[in-house]
Design a protein around this ligand. Sequence first.
Ligand code: FES
Length: 94
Amino acid sequence: MDIENILYQKQIFVCTNDRKNEKPSCGDHCGEAVFTELRRIAKERGLHPRIRVTQVKCLGQCANGVNVMVYPDGTWFKNVRLDDVAELARLYLS
Ligand code: FES
């Protein structure tokens, strides 16, 4: 095992899990689209990968999706919608 300091100034984790309506999931509210748009903005602004937008496959709060966690801030956004991406970008990608 090798250990090194965290490579990123900030990581934004976006849940993209889609359970296809079998159970509640972030996919019910376009988690994939939220992730794709945030990452596109980060790249467009030259922030990626210093500020890394990462997709994850469940944060354990499926009924409150879309879930977004920001580290090292320790901030958790729930019930995120595609319309909220501009505000997230203003907060973390400007
Ligand atoms: S499906 Fe997104 S938190 Fe579980």
